[in-house]
Design a protein around this ligand. Sequence first.
Ligand code: NAD
Ligand code: UGA
Length: 458
Amino acid sequence: MQITMIGAGYVGLTTGTCLANMGHDVCCYDIDSRRITRLERFDLPIYEPGLENAMRRAVDVGHLRFSSKIRTSVSEADAVFITVGTPSAPTGGIDLTHVFSAARQIAPHLKRGAVIVIKSTVVVGTAQRVREMIARERGAFDIRVASNPEFLREGSAMRDFAEPDRIVLGADDARSRRLLRSIYGTFEKIGIPMVVTSTGNAELIKYAANAFLAMKIGFINDVADLCEKAGGDIADVTRGIGLDHRIGDSFLQPGPGFGGSCFPKDTRAFAATGRQYGAPQKLIETLIARNDQRKTALARRIVKEARLAPGSKVTVLGLAFKANTDDVREAAALSIIPFLREAGMRVTVHDPKAAFNARAHLSDVTWSDCPYKACKDAAAVVLLTEWEEYRALDLARLAKALSGDFLFDYRNLFEPRTVARHGLRYASLGRSTVFTRQRADVSSLETWPRRIAAPGHI
Ligand code: NAD
Ligand code: UGA
């Protein structure tokens, strides 16, 4: 089948490449012609493990091409996927400008009977609005509009495409339904569940899924706070609840507050849709506020707990909103670092992949290309992204580089006793802070963390 992706970003590029490797003929079009020129040279504008090799394979066999010419990109296509960004609007809702302008651009060039498939995350009713707009532009109702929301995660997009939990096919007519089924026929054959539904339901499913996942994270972050106060251990608590299959053990990792290009904007949009329809999503409204507060609270905790005087050097390891991506959109680092700067700290930062993107958002920080060099003479280290490189840090070397001894690990990458053994004071999430100044003395930690404090002793 001839497929065109409108928008060669994370979603357009990864799904386009994967569809091409399934045997479809795919053209990735982007309005940004420099991006297309780079893609033609396999100079990828994003870091996504496995993507470059998959792209090269698809191009080599002639199933994938890139273009910045709208007419030739779409005129032969059976299916045109819209994969442009849907950023937050100032009101908290969603800005659909890119979706509508993409629809307007492609309208005159579509062949009769083509199907537009909206893959961008859009609010309920958008497919219907695009359908009306296309009909107006063409003066005919010959184009169908379907919805096929995307559930991939950055950093594991290739695997997520190959092993989806389900595929949601939103169609309001038989032709679109048939087309979507034939695109994803291979998955159906191997037993991947297909949710075949209306476009409106597909749109609602996408937001409800992201809102629920974000809520799991918000919930566990609040439970982690309670564990810290009550002397509990979040790892045992999450294992204890996660083994209940009705709860499940995924997305229960405490962190510095969820970030990225999706959860923050999609929860805001979901809440705005609820308000608009008179069905307030109070849980999500609270979640959004709690997540924002968390980033500030964790920044404040660094200054307070390590008793940092203005002028102290703090090193931040990790700028990406999660590991295995160079994306910094709404990353915790972008809230925590400005707070530290405001509090008068000197901040040095390191990230294995995201430093380039972070430069546009951070000023007055020192950039380092080595975590150990970054930590030299720092009073405290703050770990914000769970990169494998950080998990493998040589703590002895790290401790030696520091002038202070505080490690704030907001991803729980280490065992408290291991860190304490290196003479570091270790503040992680959902576990008591380990105070030890004696490099070899871990005897006092033997009972940690199973000492549960009575509320009066907190
Ligand atoms: P992105 O910002 O990485 O890419 C969007 C691309 O669209 C850019 O390259 C931009 O130049 C291009 N574009 C904008 N207007 C255009 C137009 N009129 N014609 C052609 N190209 C145009 O965005 P993304 O992260 O890929 O997200 C796209 C959509 O998918 C969003 O709605 C997002 O919520 C959703 N989504 C994203 C992810 C993810 O992990 N990033 C996962 C699932 C769903
Ligand atoms: C998320 C969803 O997981 C995807 O299914 C969805 O397709 C995508 O949004 C989207 O709609 O764009 P993504 O933003 O790439 O994917 O990353 P996640 O792995 O979900 O992480 C989001 C944020 O939550 C990160 O800041 C991450 O560190 C945080 N997180 C995640 C936690 O703090 N704890 C967890 O247990 C999981």
